[in-house]
Every structure is written in C-alpha cells, then in structure tokens.
Design a protein around this ligand. Structure first.
Ligand code: G3H
Ligand code: 13P
Ligand code: ZN
Length: 335
C-alpha cells in the first residue's frame, strides 16, 4: 500500500472547500502521456491553480496504470522544482481515477497512490449505484481518499461505451444518494456530454460567424440540486468547449471534423460560480494537440523528429490550460 500522502499529492477536500467559498471550479484534466502532464503542470504552476490530474480507463489501457501513477508522482516533483525556479507558490495536485467502474479498480488505484477516485455507477439501477458507491466510500475513507459518485447519465463516448441518450439527474434523489453513500462530491447530468459532438446541428442555432450555439445547460436542475444539498460539491463531466478555431486548424490541415459542438465558455463560467467545484476537460486537449501536430506536418512535411511536432502540441496545450484556469474556471491564483 502506497499512500498518496507520501507522494506529495492531496485529496480534493480542501480544493473543493476553496472552490465553493471562492466561486470558482477546480480543473480536472485527463492525461495519457508525458507531453500532456508537462503541459498541465506548467500551465497550472504559471497560473497558480490547484489541479486534478485524471486517469480514465482508456488511459490505463493505453499507457498502463502503474506508469501513469509514477507520472503523477513525477508531476509533483516537477511542480516543486518549477515553482521554486519561478519564485512561485507550490500548487496542490490530486491524482484522480476518472470513471472507475468497480470496487476492485478503485481499491487498486488507492493502493497504488491515487488520492481521489470516481465510482461511476450511473449506468446501474439506483439501488445498485447506491450499494456500489457506498462500498467504495467505506474503503476509500479509511485512507483519507476522496470519492466522486454520479447520478444521471451523460450522452457521448466514454471509455469506448457510447450512450445515445442522456438522463438528467433527478434532484429528488440527491439527498438520499449523498446521505446513504457518504460520497464527497457528486457528478450530475444537466446537458453536458462526452466527446467533441455534444449536440446535433439541428439542436443548435448559428451566430453570424457560423458558430453553433447549443441549447443552454439545465441550470434550473443545478439550482434545485444546490437547494437540496447546500454547500455540497458538484462535478461537471463533458465540459469541453470544442473551440471553433482548433477545429478550423484541424480541417484546414487535412482533418475532417464536421459539426462538432461543445459547451460555450460563458455557461462554464456561470457553472464555476455555483456549487460546481470540479470541471472535467479532455476533448479540448485532444483537439488542440491534433491541431498543432497537423499544422506542423503541413508547414514542415519533411519533419520526422517527434519532439518537433509534439513540442508545439505541448505549447498549444499550455496556452489552452492557462486560458481555462484564468478566463473560464477562475481557478488561477488560488494555489
Ligand atoms: O470520460 C471520458 C474521458 O474523455 C476519457 O476518455 O477513456 O477515451 O480516455 P478515454
Ligand atoms: P470532454 O469530452 O467534454 O472533454 O469531457 C471529459 C470528461 O468528462 C472526462 O471524465
Ligand atoms: Zn467524464
């Protein structure tokens, strides 16, 4: 058993307390490789933001859970050196399991040094979700590891599973769920979804620049939930904005992404000011990396050194993460 505390990581308790009081949200960025981890740490140190680094099942298959855990530990050391060199404060870093689906997986992550886990029982019946989540909480809390549960189903692609339809979280269930499971935070479904195609074009209007404007998130449901469990930390998955500029760079450089639509930044700003304390972003990182790599290959077709195309991709990620922290989630300056 390796405790996350010995690795310099923190759980999400104090992060969420700060976010709730301060009216901002903690960024939860997915990572699968070295360039992503370097970009997340660089951006969050430079913008002085706490950060949750999260590992999905897809990431564990791609990069190996143990290696990712060591990278999480390495991220703490990198953060310390970078903060010292730049004369900045050290930032809190949590290492989180994203969309854990079994007790055994959560246990294995906790035993290898994760500081926070999500148990996603949202695809089960309500009672099975309660039972599974409660078991994970009982195990995790022995080690001071925080647990995120989920009520309601998001549409989109998540770990190779495609959910066609979303089911909004039922506010009447949250008091019972939170009380019976003992979770530390709750992911809810209010209209966000996973991936780069969150809305169908026919659901959207278009502004004068041709940008798709999706229907607004269900802030009424969020408000009802906040009233039922005041001060409780809420999580939003599927919160990439799918910036048109990144999609355009991809398409101008040989890509074929059509009709991709994300969550407008203004709505995420509004959510971050509420009880939403954690906002999950993965797809925007994928888009910006792809845009930078495609552009490098267009501009320099003879290039074959991975550092020459992954380097610009890492720079694009740094800019994007800083922008999220500073101008969307408001977490910058809260290290
Ligand atoms: O929940 C979805 C995340 O974007 C992770 O996706 O399993 O393809 O890494 P992934
Ligand atoms: P996006 O696909 O919108 O980036 O959502 C990521 C996510 O929710 C990871 O859990
Ligand atoms: Zn998710």
């Amino acid at each position: 058993m390796i405790s996350y505390k010995d690795l310099g990581l923190v759980n999400t308790k104090d992060m969420f307390k700060g976010a709730m009081v301060g009216g901002y949200a903690i960024p939860a960025y997915n990572f699968n490789n070295m360039e992503q981890i370097q970009a997340i740490i660089t951006a969050c140190v430079e913008s002085q933001s706490p950060v949750i680094m999260q590992v999905s099942s897809g990431a564990r298959k791609y990069a190996n859970q143990t290696l990712l855990r060591y990278m999480g530990e390495g991220a703490v050391q990198m953060m310390k050196e970078m903060a010292k060199a730049k004369g900045l404060k050290e930032i809190p870093i949590a290492l989180h399991l994203d969309h854990g689906d079994t007790l055994e997986l959560c246990q294995s992550c906790i035993e290898s040094g994760f500081s926070s886990v999500m148990i996603d029982g949202s695809h089960h019946s309500y009672e099975d979700n309660v039972a599974l989540t409660k078991k994970v909480v009982e195990y995790a809390h022995q080690y001071d590891v925080t647990v995120e549960g989920e009520l309601g189903v998001l549409a989109g692609i998540e770990d190779d599973v495609v959910a066609e339809k979303s089911t909004y979280t039922k506010p009447e269930e949250v008091v019972d769920f939170v009380g019976r499971t003992g979770v530390d935070s709750l992911a809810i479904s209010i209209g966000t979804s996973h991936g780069a195609y969150k809305f169908k074009p026919e659901q959207c209007t278009r502004n004068e620049e041709g940008v798709y404007i999706p229907p607004p998130l269900r802030f009424d449901i969020l408000t009802e939930i906040e009233e039922k469990i005041p001060g409780f930390s809420i999580v939003l998955h599927g919160s990439s904005s799918v910036p048109m500029v990144a999609v355009d760079i991809i398409n101008q450089n040989g890509g074929e992404l059509a009709d991709s639509v994300g969550i407008p930044e203004e709505q995420l700003r509004q959510a971050a000011k509420s009880a939403v304390c954690k906002v999950n972003i993965d797809s925007d990182g994928r888009l910006w990396m792809t845009a930078a790599i495609r552009k490098t290959f267009t501009d320099k077709p003879a290039e074959f050194d991975p550092r020459k195309y992954l380097g610009p991709a890492r720079e694009a990620l740094i800019e994007m993460y800083k922008h999220k922290n500073e101008s969307v989630l408001g977490s910058a300056g809260h290290a």
